[in-house]
Design a binder for this molecule. Structure first.
Ligand code: SAH
Length: 349
């Protein structure tokens, strides 16, 4: 348990640890962090994401990219950016699905923004030969300064949050401490400095989650879009209402697990606060479309037509698989309603 010991040492040296610092260590520690250690996707991993469920997902995002590119007037030098590309499946399907539009392929240079060296290698293998210009970088700020078409699926849920709870009329921060028995546990701590965003009308015992990194990233993306044109498609599970909830969760082998146990072995995420991100984007002069449900968005892009087309050349077993996959993506009781879609754009698309 080298990562747990490392975290305990940090707490002993510096005092209680904020949840965002804990998430950063658990997910991103350069040696022992979850994304460096594991290949989390698929049946043998911890969770399955939309592009891993069906090739149609990436293909439809390709339809979206081409349609925005045309609205932009088909510019000749565009960065097609994906942040947090996992195994690279989405980009592979997107590029294959748009291959019949050579002008589009000629106009784009693909930029993959990936923090994990391990997943970068997986993506490089999966995308070999998919496009003549694909490069990797560690952060969005490394993407060249030009018009962008950006996609990010299930990235924002991985960005570290802080949690606050209202008790006896006062806000406290939920932190990670070392317990009497030597394990890790959560503890509430009175706050010296209140984050400005904490809502005054919250009720006692309400939770409030803030993800500073997500707002910073939205700000960076918007700045590029406003300057150079383009659009960004953000898809994730999250809320489109103003919520006071504890949504921090750990998942291991497709099951919920204890956040503070087996640190580095489970995926720790929180629901994405789309309302807060939208408000922030509008305040910063961005154009925003959505918040849509994944179900409405994929149906708008023609998921059923694409599925019917695929079924024409499929055997019965494959047809069953396509039906199940589409149902999983758009059924309101499965991913259809839980997953939300928000588009950032400039008014001069
Ligand atoms: N988009 C993929 C993977 C989602 S999992 C899919 O839909 O299948 C989250 C991905 O984001 C992983 O590739 C992880 O390594 C990456 N990631 C997490 N935080 C990141 C950050 N701050 N910058 C870039 N990539 C990040």
């Amino acid at each position: 348990m080298p990562l747990e010991n490392h975290i305990k040492k940090m707490i002993r040296n510096n005092g209680s640890m904020s949840i965002s610092s804990f998430m950063k260590e658990a997910l991103y520690h350069p040696k022992w962090g979850y994304y460096q250690q594991k290949n989390p996707f698929g049946r043998t991993g911890d969770f399955i994401t939309a592009p891993e469920i069906s090739q149609i997902f990436g293909e439809l995002l390709g339809v979206w990219c081409v349609s925005v590119w045309r609205q932009m007037g088909c510019p000749q030098d565009v960065a097609l950016v994906e942040i947090g590309p996992g195994r690279g499946t989405l980009m592979k399907d997107l590029l294959r699905g748009t291959r019949h539009i050579p002008d589009f392929h000629d106009a784009i240079a693909v930029h993959m923004v990936e923090i994990s060296q391990k997943l970068k290698a997986v993506q490089q293998e999966n995308l070999s030969g998919a496009h003549e210009s694909i490069t990797w970088c560690d952060a969005f700020s490394d993407v060249p300064d030009k018009p962008i078409l950006l996609v990010a699926n299930e990235l924002f849920d991985a960005l570290p949050i802080n949690q606050y709870v209202k008790k006896g009329g006062k806000w406290q921060e939920r932190k990670v401490v070392v317990a009497g028995d030597g394990g890790l546990e959560f503890a509430l701590e009175n706050m010296v400095n209140m984050p400005e965003t904490l809502e005054k009308e919250a009720h006692d015992r309400d939770f409030f989650e803030i993800c500073p990194d997500s707002l910073e990233l939205v700000g960076q993306i918007l700045a590029v879009i406003k300057k150079n044109g383009g659009a960004a498609l953000i898809i994730d599970y999250g809320y489109d209402y103003y919520g006071y909830k504890d949504t921090l969760q750990a998942v291991k082998n497709h099951k919920y697990s204890d956040i503070l146990e087996g640190v580095g072995q489970s995926d720790i995420t929180a629901h994405v606060d789309f309302v807060g991100m939208k408000k922030f984007a509008l305040q910063n002069g961005g154009g925003v479309q959505g918040i849509f449900t994944q179900s409405d968005f994929l149906q708008g892009l023609g998921i059923e037509i694409r599925a019917a087309k695929l079924m024409q050349n499929a055997n019965n077993l494959q047809k069953g698989g396509i039906k199940l996959a589409v149902d999983r993506l758009i059924n309101p009781d499965k991913m259809g309603n839980l997953f939300k879609v928000m588009i950032l754009e400039s008014f001069k698309l």
